[in-house]
Design a binder for this molecule. Structure first.
Ligand code: AMP
Ligand code: MN
Ligand code: MN
Ligand code: MN
Length: 277
């Protein structure tokens, strides 16, 4: 069976490896078809595609778009996008544009909580000045000794009600799905099990996503716990969604899932790649 991994990050967003280094890392771990899905940014795709072609690994151009739905941040992955599509490029640029000011506000809150220098500190981890992310702050909080691990950071800081959390209004679901579709891509709800929606709200998200032309949800992802795999496989079946799979890799040893260890999709779902190769 092919190891198809359709969600991961390079240092063009909040991963630590360059796109070419992620390609090498994934290939060595046994990935056959690899999708790069940086947050709100497609700048890594040409280098990723070239590296994958050099190695002889399949490549899927992707992106992970931040949206706000029912007052929560939700991520929508676009797969098989044309990364030169002007509507997509404009939408992503607009999405990225608030990140720097948000980073400064996050740093001001952290300073008030006794952790100074977080803007400059986080910036040292940033590979793309357009894409300052909470992950970069998390790495700085570990560097200062405020926390030991990334999950600990997100338990104590940077999330709703905790120091360093700055609410942000991202794109709408309709916009994100529209940009992905105009770029010829397939829209996928990323790690649906990570959101804090009631079952009714989650169903409303799935219904609206489907109405807008979304066709898949992630089922097996490093951002789900293993007990969520069968739950979201069943929901994919119930809503008629295709199923996607990917590590959500950010850095060696930092993510919940390694490329070589992520299980295959359950056999009762249709993979999003069923008619690709
Ligand atoms: P941002 O787009 O700046 O809001 O940052 C979101 C990123 O922070 C996600 O893509 C993850 O990489 C990371 N993140 C958010 N919540 C968590 C969490 N609970 N555990 C680990 N990483 C997280
Ligand atoms: Mn991330
Ligand atoms: Mn995500
Ligand atoms: Mn991700």
């Amino acid at each position: 069976m092919l190891n198809v991994d359709l969600h991961c990050h390079s240092n063009v967003s909040d991963g630590v490896l360059s796109p070419a280094a992620v390609a090498q890392y994934a290939y060595k771990a046994g990935v056959d078809v690899w999708g790069l899905t940086d947050h709100d940014e497609i700048g890594g795709i040409p280098a990723a595609r070239a590296a994958a072609a050099d190695i002889g690994m399949g490549f899927i151009p992707g992106v992970e778009i931040s949206i706000t739905w029912a007052s929560q941040t939700v991520h929508i992955v676009g797969l098989r996008i044309d990364e030169t599509n002007p509507l997509l490029l404009q939408g992503l640029a607009a999405t990225r544009s608030g990140r720097d000011a948000r980073g400064r506000e996050m740093a001001a809150q952290l300073a008030a909580a006794g952790i100074p220098g977080a803007y400059e500190g986080a910036l040292r981890y940033v590979g793309n000045p357009d894409l300052m992310s909470r992950t970069h702050f998390a790495r700085y909080l570990i560097e200062t000794g405020a926390c030991a691990t990334i999950p600990e950071v997100f338990r104590k800081y940077l999330t709703e009600g905790k120091p360093g959390y700055v609410p942000h209004r991202w794109a709408s679901l309709e916009q994100a799905v529209g940009w992905i579709k105009s770029a010829g891509g397939i829209a996928v709800i990323a790690h649906p099990g990570r959101y804090k929606f009631s079952p009714v709200a989650e169903g409303a998200l799935f219904d609206e996503f489907k109405q807008l032309g979304g066709t898949a949800i992630e089922v097996v992802t490093g951002s789900h716990t293993p007990d969520q795999y069968p739950v979201y496989a069943e929901l994919a079946r119930r809503y008629g969604f295709l199923a996607s799979r990917g590590t959500d890799f950010h850095a060696p040893g930092e993510s919940r899932a390694e490329f070589s260890l992520l299980p295959p999709l359950p056999s009762n779902v249709t993979p999003v790649w069923h008619d690709w190769f």
